[in-house]
Design a protein around this ligand. Sequence first.
Ligand code: NAP
Length: 220
Amino acid sequence: MSKRVLITGGSRGIGQQIAKLMEAKGYEVVVPKREELNLESLESIDKYFASERKIDILINNAGINFISPLPDIATEQWSQMLTVNLTAPMKLVQKVIPHMQKTKWGRIVNISSIFSNLTRQGRASYSASKSGLNGLTRTAAVELGQHGILVNAVCPGYVETQLTHQNNSPADIEKILKTIPVGRMAQPAEIAELVEFLCSERNSYITGQMITADGGFSIQ
Ligand SMILES: NC(=O)c1ccc[n+]([C@@H]2O[C@H](COP(=O)([O-])OP(=O)(O)OC[C@H]3O[C@@H](n4cnc5c(N)ncnc54)[C@H](OP(=O)(O)O)[C@@H]3O)[C@@H](O)[C@H]2O)c1
């Protein structure tokens, strides 16, 4: 029987490519629209899981990134970013655990970022949320390993998506490209390959890891 995978933020960018690849590989892919599952609202998560979902693989991909220097961060924006990028993924992990424990098999991949370990001006809320997601990943791996559930995070560098273009001007992007050893941004499909591997039966022993895919950006 094919495994059922829930992917958040599957409408575009990295999530859309993960959904496409996993569909092609024969998974049963569930990609809720924001009207069905709005990660800004924890009630929306409870409502979505009011009926049994039987999720074998969870990919916490949806994320937001508002840029703001520290003195200008509005508390509401800080809270919104932490809710979508960190609290909602934690709630979703809680929701999928019972089925995974029952079947003694599960895979969870959290889409973090190189900015969980590094940072840039204006990224305090984003970096805090993604560092927190790494912490969630490690603890979930420790607690769930005994149940056959492997939990990892993927930390992409710069990926060619709407989010990247929203937060970087063409001049910024030109500068950034010069700092990436492979000389280009990642395509979302390249991140999807790594995520799919971590979610598959081919991954049987990797857990609790933050795996970077950044074209070498963070090594120099
Ligand atoms: N792009 C990069 O360079 C990069 C680098 C490192 C890490 N990442 C991480 O990778 C993930 C995907 O990024 P991306 O670049 O593909 O982003 P994107 O193109 O901006 O897409 C974001 C996705 O998240 C969904 N989303 C946002 N807020 C939501 C909410 N409140 N409830 C439900 N869904 C919501 C969006 O759905 P709607 O269609 O409803 O808006 C959309 O499907 C994020 O976690 C991001 O932090 C990206």
